[in-house]
Design a protein around this ligand. Structure first.
Ligand code: GAP
Length: 441
């Protein structure tokens, strides 16, 4: 099998309607992407699979959808106003700006990646640059109206901790899950949708007794690692990487990244952190509200510790796409196929008429589509020959194709073709729904 490159993935995404450059007719906006008809389905399926696994299939979880805009004091308390920074240096020679920790070279004498000039960090020390995107609420752009586009969804969960405990009568351990947009003024976005300034996160804050924090941390690392594999990602393309002490974020006691081997190298899909009681303590101090929890079993009051599995929807969707991409030789030509897990495939079934000029075949095919679409995401297509239609559906990962031919009019049977094996079964129309249920649901 030939190598999967990012160029091939970007090209497929554009060609087949997964992902387009943002504002393309105006020349695009750097590192900003729009999800097209196929991409929006894939992304919704990723989020649905996550929500099902971490909220609906567990007794100990609640969901939340907090606002993107929050009180500006939230970001002071969380440490983001002072600490969410990258150290940047300007090359005096070519005037380009870089992250100091990304520059090649010696400890204080670095090399400009652009013009190869020497950057002397002693004479030209890095300056801190805050990654939060600012915005002003109301009609006047003044300091009092300043707030931020959230750089993580996590803080919306922390400030609602007491609301959820009280409204849902929750006992520890329990968690709150949230999916939503986050914004960071990344200095070096890139690698397609891997690092962008607007992205979606899937985050869990899991509140535990401090004595049990380490065990829960290990448990969540295992659970989250397994989730990607359950959805079809090849195990050898995934690995766990524990952070060293000097790498840990300001709030974390421990952190493990789940990494995927992208064409551009091993890179983070999701981080699982033990945040201790950092956030609840900070918000209690800053807001003056008591955020402690009374543990009836232990007869004491404490601030829970928090285990945080935090992943990106866009990164997960990109990993699923890269991992599912295959090029195969079939009868002397190359077949591109996306072997996406059936839960993730944008379309589950395509209904195709063998001859689009035969009104009776088209009518039967459309009737079948209408019958199936209450159950599955089904598409009807008659815009090319059957061979081309199969190839197109393979490229977008459609799990099964149902073909209606001349004989179908007589025997009321259709051909069901499997995406991965390309094997074909002749199935009676009356039992088609049951047959497909096993294959795609
Ligand atoms: N609340 C913890 C937190 O936000 P993070 O490691 O900064 O931790 C968590 O982000 C996840 O969010 C990452 O593992 C990644 O999947 C996603 N993510 C972070 N920055 C991103 C960016 N600029 N573009 C796309 N996804 C991003």
């Amino acid at each position: 099998m030939s190598e999967t490159t990012m160029d091939k993935i970007v090209s497929l995404c554009k060609r087949r309607g997964f992902i387009f450059p943002s504002s393309e007719i105006y020349g695009g906006l750097a590192s900003t992407w729009d999800y097209g008809p196929l991409g929006v389905e894939l992304k919704r399926n990723v989020k649905q699979a996550w929500w099902r696994a971490v909220v609906h299939q567990r007794e100990d979880m609640e969901g939340l959808d907090a606002a993107i805009l929050m009180h500006p004091d939230v970001w002071k308390a969380s440490g983001h106003v002072d600490g969410f920074t990258d150290a940047l240096v300007d090359c005096k020679s070519c005037k380009k700006r870089f992250r100091a920790d990304h520059l090649p070279g010696e400890k204080t004498k670095k090399t400009c990646p652009e013009c190869k000039a020497v950057i002397d960090l002693e004479k030209n020390p890095p300056r801190l640059f805050n990654l939060m995107l600012k915005t002003y609420l109301g009609p006047v752009e003044e300091q009092g109206a300043l707030t931020y586009m959230r750089p993580e969804t996590a803080q919306g969960i922390f400030v609602n901790f007491s609301n959820v405990v009280n409204s849902r009568h929750r006992k520890i351990p329990f968690g709150i899950a949230q999916i939503g947009k986050s914004f960071r003024n990344e200095v070096t976005p890139g690698n397609f949708t891997f690092r962008t300034r607007e992205f979606e996160q899937m985050e869990i804050e899991y509140f535990v007794n401090p004595d049990q924090a380490h065990d829960w941390y290990r448990d969540w690392v295992d659970q989250r690692f397994f989730w990607y594999q359950q959805l079809g990602v090849r195990k050898e393309k995934l690995r766990l990487r524990e952070h060293s002490r000097d790498e840990l974020a300001h709030y974390a006691k421990a952190c493990t990244d789940i990494e995927y081997q992208f064409p551009f190298g091993w890179s983070e899909l999701e981080g699982i952190a033990n945040r201790g009681d950092f956030d609840l303590k900070q918000h209690a101090r800053s807001s003056g509200k008591d955020l402690t929890y009374f543990d009836q079993a232990e007869g004491k009051r404490y601030l829970p510790y928090v285990i945080e599995p935090s992943g990106g929807v866009d990164r997960a969707a990109l990993a699923f796409l890269v991992d599912a991409y295959r090029e195969e030789e079939v009868k002397g030509s190359t077949r591109i196929v996306l072997c996406l897990h059936k839960m993730l495939a944008p379309f589950k079934v395509a209904v195709l008429p063998l001859l689009k000029k035969r009104a009776d075949i088209v009518e039967m095919a459309k009737k079948i589509r209408n019958g199936l679409q209450n159950k599955f995401v089904v598409k009807y297509d008659d815009t090319a020959s059957i061979g081309k239609l199969y190839r197109r559906q393979d490229e977008i990962g459609t799990v099964c194709c149902v073909t209606v031919d001349v004989q179908s009019l007589e025997d009321k049977k259709v051909t069901v073709r499997d995406r991965d094996t390309m094997e074909q079964d002749r199935i009676g129309v009356e039992s088609l729904e049951k047959f497909l249920e096993k294959r795609v649901a």
